[in-house]
Design a protein around this ligand. Structure first.
Ligand code: NAP
Length: 485
């Protein structure tokens, strides 16, 4: 019988009001239920929001460096459990164990980084025009923050929302993704063990339609930070902006890698395989379009296909496996649907294209990494986010054509260039429509101490992570203080 995991509300581990649970299933082995989580509803959201609102004034009055201490302690606890937490993540999400370990380490680093921000919440002192008047700004917390997170980075994303929200003096209600709620649970558990006061952090599992919806509509909420699909994010935008709440949306991408004719082709092929297929292409920053200059197209494609064919697909807990399964039956169906759409529109499958079967594959949602040639810019495979291990190859006549193709999508999350031409590198950095820009690196693989976010339809609101995160979770108070009468 699988373990039952409770919600964390007002400092207590509690069952949800309906007493019902939902299963968290291993996508590499659907016979395994990783855990049972609370199928919460609006009544549980109400409890959590009330607890968060009650705790907020005392938490805001707690000196920020002391707030940071709880994050440091939680980081220590998580580090002591690194192996267990990483294995759990592989079991609930499917990514390989090394990738899961990297992500848990990143969550730990995020807790430490924002723990340090407790002692570093800089503001300004600015001279007054008037005599004996002292002017400065200060950061004030917003109040209660609603955090809604996706399944694909089930530890890092909750961490990079919770840590800055908490250290800035907000209290939090977190709704994790239903497909991978355990990794976020482990962070909440560590913070609870670290002694974070009751009500400051609340965790409510349950479906987006029920819990997520009730959460963003609750009157105590002052800020909403959401990461997930454009469909859900755009619907939240309509609701949340009407109430003039602070809002941050991180959504989809159709991230391009441009390879210019001067590139080292083996290096470029490695960059593309990493960007497109690691984490099964289930990264918002995954590369799904390779835009290659005509003179090197054929030679690069041969190297790319050869490398891709060698990728070992399987259960991420097995040593040597490089790509795990799709996260669930729906995502696998979406991947297969787009393979059919691409074929119908005239693209050719250069490798992959099929669900894997036989042996361990029968128990999970495994798919071959898939590459398409003959892709035109207007095809759906070149325009729509799939969120699977599917890479579309486009031919560019020259650099200008490559930039036109790269910018010709409605998304603008990340983009990369492979080239040693310094002029082109700078022209790319200046002209590319993306929030995250990499050169001679994959589109994915960002770090927690720098701002994160996109442009166009990928994102809305202030950046996450790095120093920018505190701007979202605080508002500026401006003080004019005359020290004589
Ligand atoms: P999703 O379906 O939009 O779900 C994201 C979160 O929203 C989940 O917790 C979900 O709950 C919840 N939700 C669903 N319906 C809701 C509603 N009506 N009201 C409030 N909350 C609701 O996205 P996903 O499938 O988990 O994640 C994949 C997507 O995330 C991709 O599009 C990817 O590009 C994007 N992503 C973006 C970034 C970035 O930083 N730009 C990072 C990672 C992922 P349930 O789980 O219960 O449905």
């Amino acid at each position: 019988m699988a373990d039952v995991y409770r919600n964390y509300v007002g400092g207590e581990w509690v069952e949800c009001a309906t007493k019902k649970t939902f299963p968290n299933v291993n996508p590499a082995n659907t016979n395994e239920t990783v855990g049972l989580f609370q199928a919460s509803g609006p009544a549980d959201v109400q409890e959590a929001c009330q607890a968060a609102a009650k705790a907020q004034p005392v938490w805001a009055a707690t000196p920020a460096p002391l707030r940071g201490e709880f994050l440091y302690k939680a980081a220590e606890l998580m580090e002591s459990r690194l192996q267990k937490l990483s294995e759990e993540m592989t079991r609930e999400e499917g990514k390989t164990l090394p990738e899961a370990k990297g992500e848990v380490k990143r969550a730990i680093n995020i807790l430490r980084y924002f723990g340090g921000e407790g002692a570093r919440q800089f503001s300004y002192q600015i001279p007054s025009e008037r005599e004996n008047v002292f002017c400065y700004t200060l950061r004030k917390p917003l109040g209660v923050a609603a955090l809604i997170t996706p399944w694909n980075f089930p530890s890092a994303i909750p961490a990079w929302k919770m840590a800055p929200a908490l250290v800035a003096g907000n209290t939090v209600v977190l709704k994790p993704a239903s497909l991978a709620p355990l990794s976020a649970y482990r962070i909440v558990e560590a913070l609870a063990e670290a002694g974070i006061p009751a009500g400051v952090l609340n965790y409510v599992a349950g479906s987006g339609g029920e819990v997520g919806n009730a959460l963003v509509e609750h009157p105590v909420i002052r800020a909403v930070s959401f990461t997930g699909s454009c469909d859900v994010g755009n619907a939240l935008y309509e609701k949340v902006t009407k109430r003039k709440l602070r809002l941050q949306l991180e959504m989809g991408g159709k991230n391009p890698t441009i390879v210019l004719k001067d590139a080292d082709l083996d290096y470029a092929a490695a960059v593309l395989v990493n960007g497109a297929f690691f984490s099964t292409g289930q990264k918002c920053t995954a590369c799904s379009r390779a835009i290659i200059e005509k003179p090197i197209f054929q030679a690069l494609v041969e190297k790319l296909v050869a490398r891709t064919r060698k990728l070992k697909v399987g259960n991420g807990l097995e040593p040597g496996v490089e790509m795990g399964p799709a996260v669930d039956a729906n995502q696998l169906e979406t991947d297969l649907k787009y393979i059919e759409i691409a074929k119908r529109e005239g693209a050719q499958v250069l490798c992959g294209g099929n669900r894997l079967s036989g042996g361990i594959y029968d128990a999970g949602y495994f798919l071959e990494p898939t590459i398409f040639a003959g892709v035109r810019a207007d095809m759906r495979i070149a325009q729509e986010e799939v969120f699977g291990p599917l890479l579309a190859l486009l031919v560019a006549d020259d650099f200008e054509d490559a930039m036109r193709l790269a910018n010709g999508a409605r998304f603008g999350l990340s983009a990369s260039l492979v080239s040693r031409d310094l002029t082109r590198v700078h022209q790319f950095i200046n002209g590319i429509e993306a929030g995250l820009i990499t050169v001679n690196l994959p589109t994915a693989g960002v770090e927690y101490q720098l701002p994160f976010g996109g442009t166009k339809e990928s994102s809305f609101g202030m950046r996450e992570q790095g120093p920018a995160a505190l701007d979202f979770y605080t508002e500026t108070g401006t003080v004019y203080l005359k020290y004589t009468q």
